[in-house]
Design a protein around this ligand. Structure first.
Ligand SMILES: NC(=O)c1ccc[n+]([C@@H]2O[C@H](COP(=O)([O-])OP(=O)(O)OC[C@H]3O[C@@H](n4cnc5c(N)ncnc54)[C@H](OP(=O)(O)O)[C@@H]3O)[C@@H](O)[C@H]2O)c1
Length: 512
């Protein structure tokens, strides 16, 4: 990656939405991990901003409680104490211009207090998306985008827009006062170690690349499953649904890395130029394709391991006639020389049997098969890239069953990250926050990629909204989604893989 300088300079990180779930669960632990790894600059201040009327002390105590739960050793307690001293809080109504005058004053005070030579600022927008337009605009109005005394960066959480039109509008507004290199659009999938490993697996090994194309790959399958429901995010999720929440951003970014051409270098633009070409080569889905090549579903009441699970429409905060999909499956093609004619199958959903994200590369069978057919094994050679959990890689191939004749059985070679017992897998937010602090945007989504993903998804959003003949299929919570999703993969003997939590597992029932 193109880090000109691997240690971050002195800076202030401003978190809007500092009392929220994301800050507590992800941002603060990630920052504390960086503290423990001594990767934070000596002069580094975190200023939380929110509407809640709390003091610096309250804000520190709020974070102390959640960090203490996760880090309990005496050594950790000492480090937490030091870390908390970096934290400050400002109560502000982020929609009012005066708040930004107060914010500027507070930042100048903190800069002086910490004797920071430069006025380097990162603004992290961890607020409801409705504020993603307002905050950058009012920051700029208060000259908090001005780089004469130090750089200014802005990190925007997902979702970037609600559809193509709103993403374009949001970008138009941002462009008025922020340069593209100041804007960091987060897609936390790109911060995952195993997602980055897709690049290393593909481009550091001579053995995969010659096979990585339409001549040898039969189809590609991507699954991202959650084994829980909407939880306490009903308000957000019911407006979003599986397609916006998972496909438009995380899973299409993953497709970009799986399908990209080798970049000329590991430079941020070289990599992003290649991933965007993939997204721009996705064959647009026609109205008819939306009917035949997409499936939407919503979980219904069920009993899982003896526990009753509510239907989506009975969840707190969800209307009893909600049309929001909690499951989406798509079949699509990438129209370029490498991938011409290779179908990509993608599915994601809530309340599926297990929590798993993985990519399965199904290789073509041999041109002439010498041995007795293996039952249900048309694409016996599979490379499985497990993003989470049991992170690792598994290769399946046929081997002679010992004994008489030439009977073939499918066996696996597997690598698990856990085998590297002395290596901790950092959380995605740790990597992404550090990258933004350094100014490396490689793992952040560039605007052309965001637009290309919305352009591809938009006909599906429109079709699902306007074409009443496209059913919203119910599926009992705890199953692999609507049965009809099996029909997306039309060829005999080929179906979805049924992954288990363990990488080596592959069984329709293992998680039940
Ligand atoms: N939580 C996750 O796992 C997750 C994952 C991926 C992306 N995200 C994205 O991250 C963002 C934050 O998510 P979250 O789960 O942390 O949400 P949250 O728990 O609802 O927190 C949002 C924070 O924003 C502040 N806020 C709410 N309305 C505001 C308003 N009108 N003006 C100013 N501040 C307001 C609130 O603080 P005050 O009440 O103190 O103002 C609240 O602490 C969302 O855009 C979400 O889509 C979250």
């Amino acid at each position: 990656m193109s880090n000109q300088n691997n240690s971050p300079e002195d800076q202030i990180l401003v978190i809007f939405g500092a009392t929220g779930d994301l800050t507590r669960r992800k941002l603060m632990p990630a920052l504390f991990e960086l503290e423990m790894l001594k990767m934070l600059p000596e002069k580094f201040v975190i200023l939380g901003v929110g509407r809640s009327s709390i003091s610096d002390i309250d804000f520190r105590e709020h974070n102390n409680k959640s960090l203490k739960d996760a880090y309990s050793s005496a050594k950790d307690q000492k480090l937490i104490k030091g870390f908390l001293e970096r934290l400050f809080y400002l109560q502000a109504d982020t929609k009012s211009e005066e708040s930004y005058i107060a914010l500027r004053k507070k930042l100048q005070l903190l800069r002086k207090k910490s004797s920071m030579q430069n006025f380097n600022l990162i603004f992290y927008l961890s607020t409801p998306p409705s504020l993603y337009e307002v905050i950058p605009r009012l920051l700029a109005k208060a000259s908090l985008n001005d780089e004469s005394e130090g750089w200014k960066r802005i990190i925007i959480e997902k979702p970037f827009g609600y559809d193509l039109k709103s993403a374009v509008e949001l970008n138009e507004s941002l462009k008025k006062s922020w340069k593209e290199n100041q804007v960091f659009r987060i897609d936390h999938y790109l911060g995952k170690e195993t997602v980055q490993n897709v690049l290393v697996t593909r481009f550091s090994n001579g053995i995969f690349e010659p096979l990585w194309n339409r001549n040898f790959i039969h189809h590609v399958e991507i699954t991202s499953a959650e084994n829980f429901g909407v939880g306490n995010r009903a308000g957000y999720y019911d407006q979003s649904g599986a397609l916006r929440d998972m496909v438009q951003n995380h899973l299409l970014q993953l497709v970009g890395l799986i399908a990209m051409e080798p970049p000329a270098s590991m430079d941020s633009d070289a990599i992003r130029n290649e991933t965007v070409k993939v997204l721009q080569s996705l064959r647009p889905l026609s109205e008819k394709d939306v009917v035949t090549n997409t499936i939407r579903g919503q979980y219904t009441e069920s009993t899982i391991k003896g526990h009753k699970v509510k239907a989506y429409r009975s969840e707190k905060g969800i209307s009893s006639d909600s049309q929001t999909e909690t499951y989406a499956a798509l079949k699509f093609y990438i129209d370029n020389w490498r991938w011409g004619g290779v179908p990509f199958y993608l599915r994601t959903g809530k309340h599926l049997p297990t929590r798993v994200t993985e990519v399965v590369i199904h290789f073509k069978p041999t041109p002439h098969y010498l041995f007795a057919k293996q039952e249900g094994c048309k694409s016996c050679n599979q490379l499985i890239i497990r993003i989470q959990p049991d992170e690792g890689i598994l290769l399946k191939f046929g081997m002679k069953t010992p004994g008489a004749g030439f009977n073939v059985q499918n066996v696996s070679m597997d690598f698990h990250y856990n085998d590297l017992s002395d290596v901790r897998i950092p959380d995605a937010y740790e990597r992404l926050l550090l990258d933004a602090m350094i100014g490396d945007s490689t793992l952040y989504a560039r605007i052309d990629a965001v637009f290309a993903a919305w352009e591809f998804i938009q006909p599906v959003l429109d079709g699902w909204k306007n074409n009443a003949s496209i059913p919203l299929h119910g599926y009992p919570a705890g199953t692999w989604g609507p049965d009809i999703a099996d029909e997306l993969i039309e060829e005999a003997d080929i179906g979805w893989r049924y992954p288990c939590a363990a990488l080596t597992g592959d069984d329709n029932f293992c998680a039940l």
